[in-house]
Design a protein around this ligand. Structure first.
Ligand code: URA
Length: 429
């Protein structure tokens, strides 16, 4: 039982740039989860943390307190090692879909507890729910069975995992306190440590379509999370990757599933394949398994695991995916090289077309989203289709097109176009 403290004193200590003691942190996280610390008190504390930061010790203790608010899972009884991947979220980031079956095909089990999309970044569960029949909810016994028999599970995190984070994340979302590095790091790592994975690879996104807009912030977030993982005995590695332009050629639920299946079939856009293989390589090496993931894409074994993984959760992997009823094309206004296609603008456009939600309880459209016909570095001619916008409700086109104002830059002549590398940095050993 944590020693009792006074919420106002805890808030004032952080407001005045103080360090919270272990006992204050244990108490405030536990008392907030139980409803004894009020929402307005926790929102003041979250804002003080955002403004004044936390030491490494405070973040580690805060993370442990959030883990202790719920259950911990264990995969030690499985016959193979486990590894998981977490992305901080981006536009067109469908990597989990090909990655989980690919890593499983290489002999490492992947327990991927995922979420739904909020705002302009898509959610893995929303994408998979566009597959007819597929179910996101599994109980722990079914999850363990699927991990043993198929090797990969992508499902909704149960309510018992880090309930303090569930409550705090919803509060941060409505109090402009999502962007605090100590709060993001403890939120992600409390869930991953409680989940019980044997190894963890983080994909920390940086750029207009990500939480972290600059490389220094992204590196700090990556280092904080890797240190939290290592302290908890969880082998953790982070890649810092570019999110200034969308990943692949699609942003939207069924559109992204279609593209992921292309990757599993040995094709797909180069950037999606590159990042999938880079993250797979990190997961395999963190789990201590020597295998060639590119070969598993070529020989069809990753596709076999995908089909089995979808079928195990009631889905029909060979069913036709939903398509939106209406389409509108955005064309190139001039000739030249496409030098910019802004990730945030494309994400907001996809969201406004119906692919994402503004509130947790809103429905999403399976077929809505943005299809890209050119990527930065490509030559384009005047009038050529650049983007196709998809939705069931044509009244949404106007606001989606408005989101794309200024998002596209075409440079005439022979510009020295220097592509941003996809993988910018690596943290961890
Ligand atoms: N994802 C999370 O799970 N938590 C955050 O705080 C941000 C992204």
């Amino acid at each position: 039982m944590a020693q009792r403290h006074d919420a106002v004193e805890v808030i004032a200590a952080k407001r005045d740039h103080g360090e919270l003691s272990d006992s204050q942190i244990d108490w405030v996280v536990d008392a907030y989860t139980r409803g004894e610390v009020a929402e307005e008190q926790m929102s003041a504390l979250a804002m003080a943390i955002l403004l004044n930061g936390m030491s490494r010790r405070e973040v580690a203790r805060w993370t442990t307190a959030m883990i202790d608010s719920g259950e911990r899972m264990h995969f030690g009884s499985l016959s193979r090692p486990t590894a998981d991947k977490h992305s901080t979220g981006g536009v067109g980031d469908k990597i989990t879909l090909p990655l989980a079956p690919l890593v499983a095909a290489c002999g490492v089990a992947v327990p991927q507890l995922s979420g739904r999309g909020l705002g302009h970044t898509g959610g893995t569960l929303d994408k998979l729910e566009s597959i007819p029949g597929w179910q996101a909810s599994l109980d722990n016994a079914a999850m363990m069975r699927q991990l043993e028999e198929v090797g990969a599970v992508i499902c909704a995190a149960g309510a018992g995992l880090a309930p303090a984070d569930r409550k705090l994340y919803a509060l941060r979302d409505v109090t402009a306190t999502v962007e605090a590095i100590p709060l993001i790091a403890s939120s992600i790592m409390s869930k991953k440590i409680a989940e019980g994975t044997g190894a963890l690879v983080l994909d920390v996104k940086v750029g207009s379509g990500a939480f972290m807009k600059d490389a220094d912030q992204a590196r700090e977030l990556a280092e904080t999370m890797v240190a939290l993982g290592d302290d908890a005995g969880l082998h953790t590695v982070a890649l810092v990757t570019d999110m200034s332009t969308p990943l692949g050629l699609t942003a939207g639920n069924a559109l992204e599933v279609r593209e992921s299946v292309e990757v599993l079939a040995g094709g797909g856009p180069d950037d999606v394949v590159e990042l999938t293989l880079a993250l797979a390589g990190e997961m395999l090496s963190a789990a201590g398994v020597d295998a060639d993931p590119a070969e598993r894409l070529r020989d069809g074994s990753a596709m076999d695991v995908w089909r089995a993984m979808i079928a195990a959760q009631g889905g029909d992997a060979s069913a036709e995916l939903p398509r939106a009823r209406e389409r509108s094309v955005v064309s190139a206004e001039s000739e030249g090289v496409l030098t910019r296609l802004d990730a945030l603008a494309v994400g907001v456009a996809a969201w406004r077309l119906g692919a994402g939600r503004a509130r947790k309880e809103d429905p999403v459209q399976a077929g809505a989203g943005v299809e890209m016909h050119a990527k930065p570095g490509d030559d384009v001619s005047k009038g050529q289709p650049l983007l196709s916008l998809h939705t069931d409700e044509p009244e949404r086109f106007e606001r989606a097109v408005a989101a794309l104002q200024g998002a596209v830059e075409i440079t005439s002549g022979d510009p020295a176009y220097d592509p941003t590398p996809l993988v910018l940095d690596r943290v961890g050993s």
